[in-house]
Design a protein around this ligand. Structure first.
Ligand SMILES: Nc1ncnc2c1ncn2[C@@H]1O[C@H](COP(=O)(O)OP(=O)(O)OP(=O)(O)O)[C@@H](O)[C@H]1O
Length: 464
């Protein structure tokens, strides 16, 4: 069986094709990624409408799906499109336009021979929860068993999920603490077990929107003189940009100057200064007010982080960039800070020498790293012990980590609420017990027959 998910993110869309055996027993981690295709040319809004580059690229990806899925299975394969934070933002600023885009894209997808199940915008909560489901499904945490005393029970520990997208970032983990704000609470019943989750999605705190927020903050702090100094850009890196590149987003609207002309240009001059970068980055986080017992940032409730975590999407991209350019594997907060400082001290040329494939993103790595430092250590509260449990990953055994797999599994009813795995495990235990009983009875019968034969021999007249 096959299933297709179009992950329509804020920066681009990726198509995933998943595969599983037709006789799949729910409960085993055997839905795997079969194919992946990147829709080139921008986010979802750029491939709705006329036949632009992105529209053609979407068609190319769907044609690829037709190739990799056997023809006889096309009509049985569910096709989903899920749009995330980019569309959540557009929906906030222009509902009509976002509805129109979803309608147009749906019309395109319906033409294909797959079983199209709709195009929707995921809420931040859903994005976080499906990401958590993907992580724990791929790690087989829902079905692994362990003995507690003499009882065989599902492995108790799940792994928290940290997702850093283009327009939003999500944190989701299982907790036994009271979730003081109901907006952050979610209960899932999977394989016969109830999981109480804490989840929060920070809109405008994805990589691209965070960079805009930082520029808007610098613009506001330094006045509108036609040029601003950017301490997170490497020194020697200067760029001219139109103001709409900064302020054409609901995330920066509040910092828009009163005398605003979208087409005005400003010069942004890099100064490559870690401490100033950190200070300014802290300006887009608020730690002042909290109406709960504890908060992460901006007054959002968060219990203490517990258990192991997996960090993916841009967390992985930034972490692996830090590792390969500084040689530091940041397994502790102090090593993370060391690596971040090293990046912020690098010139553009040094970075280019070490990561030539990242040319278009190099200027943003200091800001992205400093952001991760503030978010993880100050806001989420990871300390020496908990930070060392974070695994930065893009894939698990060839399957990409993100919300898409969890979404398809849930919507295609491939995740049982009841404990199929447990039933299976118990069934195999019963079989083992029956086998032992059978062998025991066989031995008993054999022994009895041997005894009888011996007695008969002993009582026969010819025997002395
Ligand atoms: N290979 C890469 N190296 C570095 N950064 C990358 C790479 N691919 C994507 N990014 C950046 O990582 C960020 C997250 O990308 P991702 O595709 O996970 O987000 P998205 O799905 O577009 O975002 P959202 O879920 O918030 O709508 C984006 O800013 C993107 O530009």
């Amino acid at each position: 069986m096959y299933g297709i998910v179009l992950d329509a993110g804020s920066s681009h869309t990726t198509m995933y094709v998943y595969k599983w055996p037709a006789d799949k027993q729910n409960g085993t981690g055997i839905v795997t990624q079969h194919d992946e295709c990147h829709v080139k040319g921008g986010g979802i809004s750029s491939y709705a409408g006329k036949h632009g580059k992105a529209g053609q690229s979407l068609v190319a990806c769907l044609d690829q799906a037709k190739e990799v899925i056997p023809k006889s299975r096309h009509h049985l394969s569910p096709l989903y499109l899920g749009a995330t934070a980019g569309m959540r933002l557009l929906n906030m600023s222009n509902t009509l336009e976002s509805d129109q885009i979803l309608k147009e894209v749906s019309a395109k997808l319906k033409v294909y021979p797959f079983n199209f199940r709709g195009a929707t915008i995921l809420s931040g909560q859903e994005e976080g929860a499906y990401g958590w489901v993907t992580v724990n499904y791929l790690l087989e945490n829902f079905i692994k068993y362990g003995f507690v005393g003499e009882w065989l029970i599902p492995k108790r520990k799940t792994v928290g999920a940290l997702d850093f997208g283009g327009a939003s970032t999500q944190i989701t983990f299982q907790t036994t603490d009271t979730v003081e704000d109901p907006k952050n609470a979610m209960t899932l019943k999977l394989y016969g077990r109830n999981y109480s989750l804490y989840t929060h999605s920070f809109l405008c705190y994805g990589r691209d929107q965070m960079l805009r927020q930082l520029l808007a903050h610098l613009h506001q702090a330094q006045g509108s003189s036609g040029s601003i100094t950017h301490p997170c850009y490497p020194s020697g890196y200067n760029i001219s940009m139109k103001l709409n590149k900064i302020f054409d987003s609901p995330c920066t609207k509040s910092k828009m100057p009163s005398q605003y002309n979208a087409q005005d240009t400003i010069k942004v001059i890099g100064s490559g200064h870690y401490q100033h970068c950190l200070q300014n980055m802290s300006g887009i986080f608020s730690f002042d007010t909290c109406t709960f017992s504890k908060c992460s940032l901006n007054g959002v409730f968060q219990p203490n982080v517990t258990g192991n975590f997996m960090a993916f999407s841009a967390f992985y991209y930034v972490y692996s960039f830090l590792q390969r350019t500084t040689g530091i594997t940041a397994t502790s907060p102090s090593l993370l800070k060391e690596a971040v400082q090293a990046i912020c001290n690098m010139s553009m040329r040094e970075m280019l020498e070490k990561a030539p494939d990242q040319q278009s993103r190099l200027q943003d790595y200091c800001a992205a790293s400093v952001f991760i430092q503030v978010l993880m250590l100050q806001a989420y509260g990871f300390d020496d012990k908990s930070f060392s449990t974070i695994s930065f990953q893009k894939t698990v055994e060839g399957t990409s980590v993100g919300w898409a797999l969890g979404y398809m599994l849930s919507l295609s009813s491939l995740l049982p609420g009841e404990s199929v795995g447990l039933r299976k495990a118990l069934r195999s235990e019963v079989w083992a017990a029956l086998l032992v009983l059978f062998v025991f009875l066989l031995l008993l019968v054999l022994g009895y027959l041997l005894l009888k034969a011996y007695q008969r021999k002993a009582s026969s007249p010819g025997v002395i």
